[in-house]
Write a protein that binds this ligand. Structure first.
Ligand SMILES: Nc1ncnc2c1ncn2[C@@H]1O[C@H](COP(=O)(O)OP(=O)(O)O)[C@@H](O)[C@H]1O
Ligand SMILES: Cc1ncsc1CCOP(=O)(O)O
Ligand SMILES: [Mg+2]
Length: 280
């Protein structure tokens, strides 16, 4: 699956997209890691989605077939988990339910690289989201993934994201200090987010949940651009104290979740101001 025939950033209206998504109350089935599962569920809910975390191999195909989105996050990968994710992904493909994959820690171990490769190769994936090192590793290039963290700088991340999008036939979101959204032809830089988001475990996982909610209602490229921009905007709003004071990363996370819930269609957010096409 590739991006849309999106040829003009300026026809991207967050208010319109978010209202469409909220009106649908999309059911998102997430097979995700136990480290951040509750945050993923709440982030899904706060964007206007309905989370369900069904991952039993006996029922997951049935649950996904009734859903509007399927999130596969391999953070605490296991043999059973891989089997369940592949089963869920195939069921989603058959039911034309958009699949979002977060290949957490790909490149850190041969096992994670093999699982991530199977997920993005065997399945038709609408959007892949990972940090700069994970996307670089997924593209088959040298990357330094320490555990699940991105280490080092990736100056060519825009080109790498396009290469990854081309290889996987998916829209790719490479997150970090600067977020990149790419399809097989074009990369966009999304100027949104705050360093405090990097002090919270789970902000990458919750970005995946955000993308799954938006992808339920609009094409993958617009969903990735609007979702990534709105998500980063929420991080900025929380850091600015718009959703209450905080004393450190734990209380910031609470403010961040409140900011996601408060970023509704009325929000003064013009995502097109945050998105720039990357030209070589
Ligand atoms: N230094 C930063 N400045 C701005 N935004 C950031 C920064 N670090 C992380 N983010 C934001 O936090 C979210 C998670 O990104 P990242 O930390 O790269 O994911 P992961 O947790 O999977 O490694 C993204 O929306 C990203 O834009
Ligand atoms: C620490 C950790 N270990 C396995 S999954 C996970 C959470 C990763 O969350 P994020 O990718 O959002 O930082
Ligand atoms: Mg992550």
């Amino acid at each position: 699956m590739n991006g849309s025939d999106f040829d003009d950033i300026h026809d991207l209206d967050f208010h319109e997209l978010h209202s469409t998504v909220e009106a649908q109350t999309p059911l998102i089935n997430a097979l995700t890691n136990e480290v951040t599962v509750n945050d993923v569920a709440n982030c899904t809910l706060h964007w206007g989605g309905l989370p369900v975390m069904s991952d039993d191999t006996r029922e997951v195909a049935d649950m996904v077939s009734t859903a509007d989105g399927c999130l596969l996050n391999m953070g605490t990968v296991s043999e059973r988990g891989e089997e369940a994710m592949l089963k869920a992904g195939h069921a989603a493909n058959e039911a034309d339910v958009p699949v979002v994959v977060d290949p957490v820690g790909v490149g850190a171990t041969p096992t994670r690289s093999a699982v991530a490769d199977r997920l993005v190769t065997d399945l038709d994936v609408a959007i892949i989201n990972g940090n700069h090192a994970e996307i670089t590793a997924l593209a088959g290039e040298d990357a330094d993934v320490r555990g699940v963290e991105s280490i080092g700088e990736y100056a060519d991340i825009a080109e790498t994201a396009i290469a990854c999008a081309r290889r996987t036939d998916s829209v790719v979101v490479a997150s970090g200090e600067t977020d990149i959204v790419a399809d097989a032809e074009t990369a966009f830089e999304v100027d949104a987010g705050h360093p405090r988001m990097g002090t919270v475990v789970g902000t990458g996982c919750m970005l995946g949940a955000t993308l799954a909610v938006f992808a339920a209602g609009v094409d993958p490229l617009r969903a990735a651009l609007a979702g990534t921009a709105a998500y980063g905007f929420a991080g900025e709003q929380a850091a600015a104290g718009e959703y209450g004071d905080f004393d450190g990363p734990a209380s910031y996370k609470i403010a961040f979740l409140d900011a996601v819930a408060g970023t509704d269609a009325e929000a003064e957010l013009d995502v097109t101001d945050r998105i720039r096409e990357v030209t070589n």
